[in-house]
Write a protein that binds this ligand. Structure first.
Ligand SMILES: Nc1nc2c(ncn2[C@@H]2O[C@H](COP(=O)(O)OP(=O)(O)OP(=O)(O)O)[C@@H](O)[C@H]2O)c(=O)[nH]1
Ligand SMILES: [Mg+2]
Length: 244
């Protein structure tokens, strides 16, 4: 009996082709790995802008992003993008504008956890109110564990130097240090009465001396006068240049 030549069965599905399967997996994996890598990279150059309501954070953010200032209203959501800041050259940076509203404090602490530089902005024409508010925010940020254990550069920018009567960086520093001392005493008393025996460090550590930013070992703090509208942002540019 003549033998019938066997005909190879057609592949039931193209997906079973191992080469094709590998190509599909790789083409899906590569963009995911790339995205992960670039997000890690951007967080190694991440600036977080924070501070009291009305200090001028969004004005600075717009100036850095678009090179101009647009009329703003008090922000209610976090704004962020990765870009090469206006007036600088080089690699893009991830810049985050966190509104001053107390309702966004948890988001602020989340944002600063992986920041590589901090920019606290206050309105130099409203020193006493802004210094009190700024001291409370700075206390929370600098005592936040992921920030406290890293050496992060911090610029406290006294904004609106273009306006008459704006405070000098020296006056702002003194006012904020006095307010931080008040916050620190209030928090220390609270933690004593709560019965917790937690070792406080950094900005929260009451070592018997009046608080000074010079006592902080983990953060390098610079005070400078700036203006988002004039514009006079050299101190902000210097901070950004440190990120490489
Ligand atoms: N004269 C002057 N006004 C400024 C300057 N920067 C900001 N402003 C004005 O100050 C007001 C508040 O500025 P914003 O940038 O919205 O303040 P913000 O810090 O983002 O405030 P929140 O989003 O509420 O936390 C706006 O009317 C700005 O135009 C500045 O350098 N000089
Ligand atoms: Mg804003």
């Amino acid at each position: 009996m003549p033998t019938v030549p066997s005909i190879p069965a057609p592949p039931s599905s193209a997906a079973y082709d191992p080469t094709l399967l590998l190509t599909v997996i790789l083409s899906l994996l590569i963009p995911v790995l790339y995205l992960f890598r670039s997000s890690k990279k951007s967080s190694s150059r991440k600036l977080v802008i924070f501070g009291p309501v009305g200090g001028g954070k969004s004005a600075i953010y717009h100036r850095l992003r678009f090179g101009r200032v647009v009329p703003t209203v008090s922000s209610m959501t976090v704004t962020s993008a990765t870009f090469v800041p206006n007036g600088l050259e080089g690699k893009p940076m991830h810049i985050v504008d966190v509104p001053g509203s107390g309702r966004l404090r948890a988001q602020l602490l989340e944002q600063v956890s992986d920041a590589s530089a901090l920019l606290c902005v206050l309105d130099g024409t409203q020193l006493s109110a802004q210094a009190r508010e700024a001291a409370g925010i700075l206390f929370e940020v600098l005592s936040h564990e992921p920030v406290a254990r890293r050496k992060l550069p911090l610029l406290v920018a006294v904004n609106k130097v273009d306006s008459p009567g704006a405070a000098t960086p020296t006056a702002a520093r003194k006012a904020i240090e006095q307010e931080v001392q008040r916050v620190r005493l209030a928090r220390t008393t609270l933690s004593d009465t709560s019965g917790r025996d937690k070792k406080l460090s950094g900005i929260a550590e009451d070592d018997g001396r009046p608080f000074s930013f010079d006592h902080l070992e983990t953060n390098t703090v610079v005070f400078a006068a700036i203006s988002a509208t004039k514009p006079e942002l050299s101190a902000v540019h210097s901070l950004l240049k440190r990120l490489g």
